[in-house]
Design a binder for this molecule. Structure first.
Ligand SMILES: *[C@@H]1O[C@H](CO)[C@@H](O)[C@H](O)[C@H]1NC(C)=O
Length: 153
């Protein structure tokens, strides 16, 4: 009786410990805006950590995202500086963010607007100035805080 109870506990706990091993960092989803990203097949690291407000029309996918001011983030792996306006708008659907406004990335001595992002298998495809750039999605698993904020903490 004692042994079977022990075994039962073991069998119940086993999947939990296995899961923890399989996923070393349990990701906390910081906000509803980040949750909508994961709902649509995107990693949370596309957005800065602190989001002030977020409005989504579930029918059309049109969203407006409000940050606590302009926000700069260094994007892995090439360390491009992405600048988020305090208002970012776009249209999100499964695996696709279109008509994006408010995110610019600095590369080749120039600032470019990211106009769309697609999720394609294990990659994210960024549309910038009519060309596309592909990066592994796992680079965006972590959500980063704005650089101005980090120095104050
Ligand atoms: C949401 O989008 C639908 C489809 O484009 C539109 O008919 C509706 O008016 C929108 N709702 C709001 C609250 O903007």
């Amino acid at each position: 009786m004692k042994i079977s109870l022990f075994l039962l506990c073991f069998l119940i706990l086993l999947p939990i410990s296995l899961q923890d091993d399989a996923i070393p960092q349990v990701k906390k989803i910081p906000s509803r805006a980040h949750a909508e990203l994961t709902n649509h097949g995107f990693p949370i690291g596309l957005l800065p950590l602190s989001v002030k407000d977020y409005v989504l029309n579930k029918t059309s996918g049109d969203f407006s995202l409000f940050l606590h001011g302009t926000c700069k983030i260094t994007l892995p792996p090439d360390n491009y500086i992405a600048t988020y306006s305090n208002k970012v708008t776009g249209r999100i659907s499964q695996g696709k963010i279109a008509e994006l406004h408010g995110i610019r990335v600095r590369a080749f001595f120039k600032s470019w607007s990211i106009t769309g992002i697609r999720s394609s298998g294990d990659n994210l495809v960024f549309e910038v100035a009519g060309i596309t750039a592909k990066y592994p999605s796992k680079n965006f698993d972590e959500t980063l805080d704005c650089e101005g904020k980090r120095s104050s903490s």
